[in-house]
Structure formats: C-alpha cells, structure tokens
Design a protein around this ligand. Structure first.
Ligand code: XBP
Ligand code: MG
Length: 259
C-alpha cells in the first residue's frame, strides 16, 4: 500500500527548537516583563510535559508564590508573555537560525519528488512554524505542506489526537495511508490515538524517554545505525528515506524502546 502522506511534528522533530529557541525566548520575555523568572535547561525539560507555551506558563505559575493569585490576572499575564515569547522566538530564528535536524530536508525533498504529500502536525503556534520554515525553505515553504494543523487550530493539544485527526480530515486520508514523525511521548500518544503509524527520531529532551507504540525508534533521519527495528538494508544511502518508512509501516512492529 502506497504511503500517501508524511505528517511532520515540528519542535524536536524538524529542528531542536526547544532548548535554544523557545526556552531562551521565554526567558527573554520574563525579563521584558520585569519578572525575575528564568527556566533552566533542566526545568524546561520538566515543563515540556505540558504542551503549548501558554499552557506551560500557566502550569509553572501555579508553582510560584510570586505569580498573580487571581486566575484572571494569571491568564492575562500568560497571554501577554506568550505573545512576547513568540515575537522573540521569531527574532532568534531570524538572527541566529536553528538548523533543521540532519536528514530532515532530505526526506522532505524525497516526499516532494515522489508525490507523497506532507502535513505539519504540531502544537506550536503557526507563527513559530513560519519563522522556522521560511529560513530553511524560503518564502514558498507553504507549498511544501498542503495541510498544516497548529496549536491555535485545535481545542486540545497533544497528547490529545485532535491535531492528527484534523490533519487526516483535511488530507482526506485514512490513518494507515499516512505516517507521522515525532520526538516526544506526548506526540507519539497523539498519533497513535489517531491510529497513525509513528516513527520516532529521538531529540535532546526525550533522548531517554520510553515510547510504547512507535513502529520504529532511532537517533535521527541522517543515520541508518541505532534504529529499532534495524533499518532495512540500503547500500546506497546513509539516510532514512521513504522506502524505510514504508518497510516499517508495512511490518508494523510495535517497538517499545531501545534495549
Ligand atoms: C511543541 C510544544 C510547543 C512549543 C512552544 O509541540 O509543546 O508548546 O514548546 O510553542 P510539538 P508555543 O513538538 O508538537 O511541535 O509557545 O507556540 O505553544
Ligand atoms: Mg515535538
């Protein structure tokens, strides 16, 4: 059965945007608001279990004695910080750039060349996706992704499957005609709940996480070693490509973790 579409998670999967992008932008937004808060690399890793930047801010505020005590004030502060954070994130991306993870653009180009459609399926804000994609794919980047479902398009963010269900509706495809690429347990849970086969490329923050229902788990699209199940024999390339995704999808083994 042909693979009709590849569904891309963004943060952690397409690029390592969390530690050196979103986290830094959140800290600059705290400073800009005169707040003495800073999220360390470690603390941010804990906070990543809460998807969505605004939701993450509210979750953190609930642990702070110096956060506003009234719900309305907290909501307003979270919204204002989040808007500023996204502006700063775009500036960081423009000024210093965050590279695509190796092997990502290769697979995107292969999808285009072989008429496999691509969708963006993310809980990040639409503006953040644009900032990242534009720097790597140019102004025509949207033509690469006929379907894009972002944080503001859904009522419930990952691990809720809504992002993926919406993408399938827009693509007019059944889940088994597609395959998702993810890096986080929440993202995998969302894809699996939508019955979409999912391949995990481990990212900095989820390097040691346990994944229950992925059809393959590996270190990144740039290398064929370190995958479970093993990457199929392919003497002519070092990258993971569409044929590998197809093989894993057709075998549909469920891989829980490296052992
Ligand atoms: C990543 C997220 C997002 C980003 C920040 O989701 O959880 O919240 O950290 O984005 P995914 P916003 O890996 O599914 O893309 O601040 O725009 O919410
Ligand atoms: Mg991710």
């Amino acid at each position: 059965m042909k693979l009709q579409a590849v569904l891309w998670d963004v943060d952690g999967t397409i690029a390592e945007t969390e530690r050196d992008g979103h986290r830094i932008a959140f800290n600059l937004a705290f400073e800009a608001h005169g707040l003495p808060w800073q999220w360390s690399v470690e603390r941010y890793g804990e906070l990543l279990l809460v998807t969505g930047g605004r939701e993450r801010l509210l979750h953190d505020m609930a642990t702070r004695s110096d956060a506003p005590s009234m719900t309305g004030e907290r909501d307003a502060l979270a919204s204002s910080l989040h808007v500023r954070k996204n502006e700063l994130y775009a500036q960081i991306i423009q000024a210093q750039g965050i590279p695509f993870r190796p092997g990502v653009q290769n697979l995107m180009e292969e999808c285009l060349a072989r008429n496999v459609r691509m969708a963006i399926t993310t809980t990040t804000s639409r503006s953040n996706v644009g900032a990242l994609m534009r720097t790597h794919l140019g102004e025509s980047w949207k033509s690469w992704f006929p379907v894009m479902v972002c944080g503001e398009d859904v009522a419930q963010k990952k691990p809720n499957p809504e992002v993926y269900v919406r993408a399938l509706q827009l693509l007019k495809l059944n889940p088994l005609d597609t395959l998702a690429l993810e890096d986080s347990p929440g993202g995998v849970a969302a894809a699996c709940a939508a019955q979409i086969p999912v391949v995990v490329t481990r990212s900095v923050y989820f390097d040691n996480s346990t994944f229950e229902s992925a059809i393959a788990i590996g270190p990144g699209l740039h290398q064929r070693t370190g995958w479970r199940p093993l990457a199929p024999e392919a003497p002519c390339t070092n990258h993971i490509g569409l044929d590998d995704l197809l093989t894993w999808r057709d075998r549909m083994e469920h891989t829980s973790q490296f052992e």
